[in-house]
Design a protein around this ligand. Structure first.
Ligand SMILES: O=C(CO)[C@@H](O)[C@H](O)COP(=O)(O)O
Ligand SMILES: [Fe+2]
Length: 251
């Protein structure tokens, strides 16, 4: 069965002076999840916010009552040491902890006293995230081949299997960038092999690019500037959803 359509506005484009209200309003406009971009100024050349801010927003948005339900906080962790922050973000109210494959591999140099397996082995890190009671996602940047994901998806036991894969359609770090259609073959390849997998696309999505992403097979759609910059965010959210639903109806 095709996975359900999930629209996840990126709060990077929200009004930071009014974050809690903006987030609650976006759920009111029909969004399923909130995509929470965490940047550490190290893995990417930008800084956003940490657990205390996430906890504050959580106070404005009801916790989901089911796995993947409305109000899920989809935390996109653009940080150099993904293992280190799992417990803190769980406490803050994160539901889905999506780390970057590239960080999991390069983090051996960070914090050398931690020599645990989950620091550098993506599958062990997914298991660790699940053991903390969170959903787990794994993201790849445009420069990373989709081939790195096959081993993770094929030879994993239940605890090591990601709940979602994120294919970046911009270089991570900033909102409002141009959509990279060059990344869509990764989505297509994943969808062909895994009809039920949650495949998220992130970067440059909006009314002008959604059809391409939906045709490739993405079902979790992140959109920051297109939603928060719209006169009528509910109209944009509905349009994004319709594009993905229409594609599902065609297959
Ligand atoms: O992770 C990122 C950027 O690194 C994204 O989540 C962007 O924030 C999406 O913003 P738009 O491209 O939709 O404006
Ligand atoms: Fe993101």
């Amino acid at each position: 069965m095709a996975p359900k359509t999930i629209i996840a506005p990126s709060i990077l484009s929200a009004d930071f002076g009014n974050l809690g209200h903006d987030c609650a309003r976006t759920i009111g406009h029909g969004a399923d999840w909130l995509h929470v971009d965490i940047m550490d100024g190290h893995f990417v050349p930008n800084i956003t916010f940490g657990p205390p801010v996430v906890a504050k927003i959580r106070g404005h948005v009801e916790k989901p009552t089911e796995h993947h339900g409305r109000g899920t906080f989809d935390c996109h962790m653009m940080i150099a040491e993904p293992k280190k922050w799992v417990k803190e973000f769980k406490k803050a109210g994160c539901d889905l902890y999506c780390f970057h494959y590239e960080a999991a591999f390069s983090s051996a140099a960070e914090n050398p006293e931690d020599t645990s397996d989950e620091k550098t082995n993506p599958k062990a890190l997914i298991r660790y995230i699940h053991d903390q009671g969170l959903l787990a996602g794994i993201a790849i940047k445009p420069d990373t081949s989709v081939d790195v994901l096959w081993d993770i998806l094929e030879n994993a036991d239940e605890k090591e299997l990601p709940d979602m894969v994120l294919i970046m359609t911009v270089h991570p770090g900033f909102g409002g960038q141009k959509f990279m259609a060059s990344e869509l073959p990764k989505v297509q390849a994943l969808r062909e092999k895994y009809p039920e997998l949650n495949i998220e696309v992130d970067g440059g999505l909006g009314p002008g690019t959604i059809d391409q992403a939906a045709d490739a097979g993405a079902n979790v759609i992140v959109a920051g500037s297109a939603v928060f910059g719209a006169n009528d965010p509910s109209e944009v959210i509905a349009l994004l959803r319709k594009s993905v639903d229409d594609r599902k109806a065609r297959i």
